[in-house]
Design a protein around this ligand. Structure first.
Ligand code: CMC
Length: 392
């Protein structure tokens, strides 16, 4: 079929028109609904950013408090949802628990499967925003073998999540305001990123008119991979490996350049950003600020700084436009907050949720929206005749 063109990894193919997020990779610009990411990260909150992405406008004070109270009313998980965690192995990866439980939500809320019903779209949106932190905190509790902590509706979105994660019966966790502010900022910075792998997955699944829970669950699985959100777990693992080898940054850089065993500098490179990732710039500063505010030092930060310094002065990376991306420094902040490596991509998912939802809504509402169905360039055998098995 002469009309089909091959575009490996969709490098040059726009599958959708979108008014949610603007990204200029040459100039390092990222805007949600026209608002620069720097302004939202500095002055905004995660919940108002979620509202902005989903509804197109920043909320008024009344709209924001209505949104917040609606979310607050849905943070609890059905007790039967809790029983899913009993079935998971103790060492299950939290991302696998997250996507499984989100998928299972569609069995509990069969009243909201119709993507064309505005009320159903709204309630499933609120339920997801409200419940994902609870689902994530329960996954953490499972991994450490502690009892779950139920949500507290007096607390803000991030405080509530931190309390459900880190409180134990013996001791109520009272989050440091520095931690709350930093996590809120990180969630804002992750909230959308136009047609990345997981968002495209949400759209592709949603394009078949699958319900929102099913679509988001698919997005969580796409995010898990180390070339996407899973990079934020891979970065500290890489730094730990370098630390164990005595902090030998040069040997590691050589391995990457030689493409030894496919080793990549995790947290570096991006399909679209070719000068810098504006999120990484803010996050690098935040890493310094959070570590010093919490009075923590981390040898891994020194290794990360040395790696960045080497890479940015090395022709291999310079000639390929490889710069630190959003995942390079986030793990160091999450570590300082007390999260284990396996929870880092879960935190990315909490941040990305409003973007996935906003893009799903946009697609569903787009007049003439069609099922996603890529074409292919066939490279197999053209035609041959069947041979009975005894003659093969
Ligand atoms: N380390 C070493 N070499 C790299 C890296 C890296 N991190 N990234 C790209 N390259 C090389 C690659 O080997 C290729 O070189 P050559 O032309 O010699 O074959 C060239 O740069 C282009 O790479 P590509 O794989 O064609 O680039 P892509 O646009 O398909 O991939 C990427 C983008 C982000 C998957 C890739 O840069 C990568 O694997 N980075 C490491 C993983 C990572 O940090 N992912 C997080 C991305 S940002 C947040 C998110 O999406 O979650």
């Amino acid at each position: 079929t002469g009309l089909v063109t091959l575009d490996s990894g969709y490098g040059n193919t726009a599958a959708y028109k979108s008014g949610v997020t603007y990204l200029d990779g040459e100039q390092g610009i990222l805007r949600y609904r026209g608002y620069p990411i720097e302004q939202l990260a500095e002055h905004g909150t995660f919940l108002e950013t979620a509202y902005l992405l989903i509804n197109g406008e920043l909320p008024s004070a009344d709209e924001l408090s209505g949104f917040r109270s609606e979310i607050t009313q849905h943070t609890l998980l059905h007790e039967d949802v809790k029983r899913f965690y009993d079935g998971f192995p103790r060492d299950a990866h939290p991302m696998a628990m997250l996507s499984s439980v989100v998928s299972a939500l569609s069995t509990f809320y069969q009243d909201s499967h119709n993507p064309f019903d505005e009320r159903q779209r709204h309630i499933s949106t609120i339920r997801l925003l409200a419940k994902l932190p609870t689902i994530a905190a329960y996954a953490y509790k499972k991994s450490v073998g502690h009892p779950v902590v139920y949500p507290s509706n007096e607390l803000g979105y991030v405080e509530n999540f931190l309390r459900m994660t880190f409180s134990v019966p013996a001791e109520e966790y009272v989050p440091d305001p520095v931690v709350v502010a930093a996590l809120d900022k990180l969630l804002i910075l992750h909230a959308d990123h136009e047609q990345n792998c997981s968002t495209s997955t949400v759209r592709l699944v949603g394009s078949s008119q699958a319900n929102l829970f099913a679509s988001i669950s698919a997005g969580i699985n796409a995010l898990w991979g180390p070339l996407h959100g899973g990079a934020n777990q891979a970065v500290p693992e890489m730094l730990e490996q370098i630390q164990q080898s005595g902090g030998d940054v040069d040997t590691f850089i050589r391995k990457v350049k030689d493409k030894e065993d496919g080793v990549r500098l995790m947290g570096f490179g991006h399909r679209v950003y070719k000068s810098f990732d504006p999120r990484a710039k803010i996050i690098k500063e935040a890493a310094h600020d959070v570590l010093s505010a919490l009075g923590k030092s981390d040898e891994l930060l020194d290794i990360a700084l040395a790696l960045e310094e080497r890479a940015l002065n090395d022709d291999y990376f310079v000639s390929r436009n490889l710069y630190p991306n959003v995942d390079f420094y986030t793990g160091l902040i999450y570590r300082a907050m007390g999260f284990p490596n396996s929870m880092f991509t879960v935190l990315f998912a909490l941040g990305r949720l409003p973007g996935w939802i906003a893009q799903w809504h946009e697609m569903i509402k787009e007049p003439g929206s069609r099922i996603g169905r890529p074409r292919q360039v066939y490279t197999g055998v053209v035609e041959r005749d069947y041979i009975p098995v005894e003659q093969r």
